[in-house]
Write a protein that binds this ligand. Structure first.
Ligand code: GLP
Length: 261
């Protein structure tokens, strides 16, 4: 796992946007895995700026959302489908039909989860998957105790997650859906490159546990330890509880020119 400690989220966004730029310009039909929440917003802003400036072409890119709330219409402003359109894809040349999410409005949610897995496989898998991390260590909506081999399925959100996401629902945790369809940890681990973004002191404990703690279903983000190409991009406050920051900083500073994240 590579740990990149940045001075600001903006610096991190540039590093990650560069990596995405390499992926979309090198593949014939590149695929991106998209996360919602606050953590990836800087990356989306950077990609939008590059797209508008004409320095980044995303037109051939297919996108797959990590997860989706159950119980919200697709056009509800806080559905993850709406979020990603509003914050990212609508401002680029990514076609709306090329943005996929699990169909959390389906009557048969297990069938919808299987279809989503098939769609990801059909697109050749995900080249680069963006991830945030919950304060309880969740990735996607894989809450603590999620199987490390799990696939896309229905999950019940913890009260901690519903409280954390209440800010998108006028501060009302009861308005946050109780269930979501989420890519499983096994699904996420099949992406060719995982990039986890985190900033702020509220994430420090989960970040330290994910990187330096044991591999455990109790801290789903620790599953990144199993992945051959995982990059964690964090600011100093999110890194504040890590023990080996000197090593991570020295390693990144001494990175050979040719070696990308
Ligand atoms: C939600 C999303 C996750 C995201 C997490 C952290 O629960 N399902 O994918 O990583 O929130 O969000 P934020 O980046 O806003 O802290």
């Amino acid at each position: 796992m590579e740990i990149v400690i940045v001075d600001s989220s903006e610096d991190g966004a540039v590093i990650v946007a560069d990596a995405i730029g390499r992926v979309v310009s090198s593949g014939v039909s590149p695929t991106l895995g998209l996360a919602t929440g606050g953590s990836p917003l800087g990356v989306y802003r950077e990609l939008i700026a590059r797209s508008r400036a004409g320095t980044l072409r995303l037109a051939d890119t297919t996108c797959f959302l990590l997860d989706e709330y159950v119980g919200l219409a697709q056009d509800h402003p806080e559905s993850y489908r709406s979020f990603i359109r509003r914050e990212f894809t609508d401002h680029t040349d990514i076609a709306d039909e090329a943005v996929h999410g699990p169909d959390a409005t389906a009557a048969d949610l297990s069938g919808a989860a299987e279809r989503y897995e098939a769609a990801i496989r059909g697109a050749g898998g995900i080249d680069l998957q963006l991830l945030g991390i919950g304060s309880d260590g969740h990735i996607g909506f894989n809450e603590p105790s999620s199987s490390l081999g799990s696939r896309t399925r229905l999950k019940t959100l913890t009260e901690e997650t519903r409280r954390a996401n209440a800010r998108f629902f006028d501060g009302d945790a009861d308005a946050v859906p109780r269930y979501a369809l989420t890519q499983g940890i096994g699904t996420i681990l099949e992406a060719r490159h995982l990039v986890l973004l985190a900033s702020g002191p509220a994430k420090a404990e989960a970040v330290a546990a994910a990187i330096e703690g044991p591999l455990t279903a109790s801290l789903p983000a620790s599953a990144l330890q199993l992945h051959p190409h995982a990059t964690v991009v964090i600011d100093g406050t999110a890194a504040s509880l890590l023990e080996r920051t000197d090593y991570y900083r020295a390693t990144y500073d001494a990175k050979p020119e040719w070696q990308e994240i």
